[in-house]
Design a protein around this ligand. Structure first.
Ligand SMILES: CC(C)(COP(=O)(O)OP(=O)(O)OC[C@H]1O[C@@H](n2cnc3c(N)ncnc32)[C@H](O)[C@@H]1OP(=O)(O)O)[C@@H](O)C(=O)NCCC(=O)NCCS
Length: 178
């Protein structure tokens, strides 16, 4: 994919010394589980949870990139508990690491029973987004600075996950262009 130069008014061409932190990318999202998004057992559809994960991750990604992003991949997701009709699904995301034109966002999902106030962790996901301009060219992203021990751990782990993803991609794609 070609990589574009930053335009003069592009936020990416702003002060290169400006520090962009993980904290600045942290995002939250919540949604009540309603009948339109459930299966015949009254549980939220897994695909709908993935949609919310994609959105919550994209908000964190755009808080860092300050430009449009597309989803390149979502790592394996497991659903540990159902989200039942009338429960609240809550998501939190942050950028774990920035590579060149792509970055990894981590998204964690919980379900809250609003009657008992019990909260359970239901899923975690890593989503890779690529920053693109209007012509579909990649945009080089500014680096991110992890500050806390937890952010530094996620930053290191993200490099391993990227290597695995790109090795997987090397074996399985990309699909040849027609
Ligand atoms: C994702 C996409 C932009 C990659 O384009 P490409 O021409 O294959 O680009 P490149 O090989 O030059 O890779 C560009 C970046 O994407 C990353 N990337 C590509 N495929 C990836 C994958 N499967 N997982 C993780 N990262 C990936 C590369 O590592 C590279 O990142 P870097 O610049 O930080 O090193 C392109 O495949 C695309 O537009 N896909 C559709 C996106 C979309 O519409 N998503 C919504 C769901 S339909």
């Amino acid at each position: 994919m070609p990589i574009s130069e930053a335009e003069p008014n592009d936020p990416l061409s702003g002060d290169p010394a400006e520090k962009r932190t993980v904290r600045d990318t942290q995002s939250e999202f919540s949604e009540l589980c309603l009948p339109n998004d459930t299966n015949m057992f009254g549980n939220m559809l897994g695909g709908h949870v993935m949609h919310l994960v994609d959105l919550c991750g994209a908000v964190a990604a755009m808080r860092h990139s300050r430009c449009p992003v597309v989803t390149a991949s979502i790592d394996q997701m497991t659903f540990l508990h159902p989200v039942r009709l009338g429960e609240l699904v809550k998501l939190r995301s942050q950028v774990n690491r920035v590579f060149r034109t792509s970055l990894e966002a981590g998204v964690k999902v919980w379900v809250e029973n609003l009657h008992t106030r019990e909260v359970k962790h239901t899923s975690s996901a890593y989503v890779t987004f690529v920053a693109v301009d209007a012509s579909g060219n990649g945009i080089m992203l500014p680096p991110i600075e992890p500050e806390t021990d937890e952010e530094k751990r996620r930053y290191e782990d993200a490099a391993e996950r990227r290597a695995y993803r790109l090795a997987f991609r090397g074996r399985n794609g990309p699909t040849p262009k027609h």
